[in-house]
Design a protein around this ligand. Structure first.
Ligand code: ADP
Ligand code: MG
Length: 387
């Protein structure tokens, strides 16, 4: 996100609405280094922010009108009234920003309207959290313009509520917290139970490594039902085991817990993934803190196997990225995000990046898959005002 982008978004706002915006804000997409499908089990996650951002030019209004426009969507300005906002009334992209306005007002904050123009470089549906970036940028803008005094994690909670209740998508808290709270050069070790956070320095370039994101271009939009099923299965597991959330099963007690699930084979697989995945997050944090960065590679790869075999949310394209990258010398690789498409991450020595990228591209061509989009991810800043 550079100054030119902020200026261009402000200029377009002025064309649309006839006056310069009060300000311009940016909120990033994210990749999750490790900790997948743990966030709705009160567990651990470890995302970092991408340089790709949703940018919003915003002015407040006093007349109850909410006007929304996105550079990236066909169609003109959408005009709504803040008093009329109703959960699940809108199946369009505008549900994300208007859901945020609804959630803020539900929480008792005075938001009397706004003019909003958005433009985003976060690819939508690629598992990189374009939706959270959209929510968080609007929440932060309104927080500043209406002096709401909410901290990043509080805005994240409100954005999650907007997506859960208003949009109607049963997502966890990771994406919004990552977009709101990540810091440049760091991964965010987040406990999703109490939202306590620790910024973990994550500078791969200094150690001669790179992290590649491979967007398979397989849109995960058909995955909502499957996501809901996994979530329900995890809740069933927690209930059968007599705990509030799967987070409460200690890794050392996992074998006994799995035995206790009787013939619930499907639930057993889900429980095994979540409990081992929480432990993988803790291992990655410990390795990074002790300077053994290369050793996180195999932990990432283990995480992929667990998502593929136990949680069963991978797909042929994601598996092909992981297998090809590892065969070409990657230190570790895994799918990232909700699954059924979207993106994979690859940890590699800087010197191997070209070989790996070529190998993945060739493997996709040979398999007859759409060409993947490969880019390097460097931990970027969380949401902020840019103008
Ligand atoms: P992800 O968050 O993984 O990218 P989601 O399905 O959660 O995928 O969110 C994608 C949706 O977010 C899009 O279908 C669209 O409604 C909305 N969205 C994302 N980026 C934009 C944008 N730049 N303008 C308008 N809507 C967007
Ligand atoms: Mg999303």
């Amino acid at each position: 996100m550079n100054v030119d982008t902020a200026a261009a978004v402000a200029e377009r706002f002025e064309e649309l609405y006839g006056a310069a915006p009060e300000g311009v804000w940016a909120a990033p997409g994210r990749v999750n280094l490790i900790g997948e499908h743990t966030d709705y089990n009160d567990g651990f996650v470890m995302p970092f922010a991408l340089p790709h951002t949703a940018v919003a030019a915003v002015s407040p209004r006093t007349d109850g009108v909410l006007r929304l426009h996105s550079q990236d969507v066909e169609g003109g300005v959408v005009e709504l009234r803040v008093d009329d906002l109703e959960p699940e009334s809108d199946r369009d992209w505008t549900a994300y920003p208007s859901g945020v306005v609804w959630a803020l007002r539900q929480a008792g904050h005075v938001v009397a309207g706004a003019d909003v123009h958005l433009a985003s470089t976060v690819p939508a549906g690629a598992g990189l959290s374009s939706s959270a970036a959209l929510e968080v940028v609007v929440a932060l803008a309104l927080n500043d313009l209406y002096d709401l005094g909410q901290k990043g994690w509080q805005l994240a909670r409100l954005c999650q509520r907007a997506e859960n209740v208003y949009v109607g998508a049963p997502v966890g808290i990771m994406d919004q917290t990552a977009s709101a709270c990540c810091e440049v050069g760091h991964a965010l070790f987040l406990d999703t139970r109490d939202l306590s956070q620790k910024q973990i320095p994550f500078d791969l370039a200094a150690e001669g490594m790179r992290l590649l994101v491979v967007d398979t271009q397989v849109k995960h939009s058909h995955s909502e039902g499957e996501y809901g099923k996994r979530r329900a299965g995890c809740e069933k597991g927690a209930a059968l085991l007599g705990v509030d959330a799967l987070r409460d099963i200690a890794y050392d007690d996992l074998a006994a817990a799995l035995d206790g699930l009787g013939d619930e084979e499907e639930v057993r697989r889900l429980v095994r993934h979540v409990v081992t995945e929480d432990q993988r997050v803790e291992r990655v944090v410990a390795l990074l803190e002790s300077g053994e960065t290369r050793a996180i590679g195999p932990v990432l790869t283990e995480g992929h196997a667990s998502l593929r075999d136990d949680f069963r949310i991978s797909c042929p394209e994601l598996d092909l990225v992981v297998d090809t990258a590892l065969a070409s010398g990657a230190l570790g690789a895994r799918m990232t995000g909700g699954g059924f498409g979207g993106s994979a991450i690859v940890l590699a020595e800087a010197a191997d990046v070209e070989t790996i990228t070529k190998a993945v591209e060739e493997a996709f061509a040979t398999a007859g898959f759409t060409a993947p989009r490969v880019f390097e991810a460097v931990p970027a800043a969380g949401a902020r005002r840019v103008r």
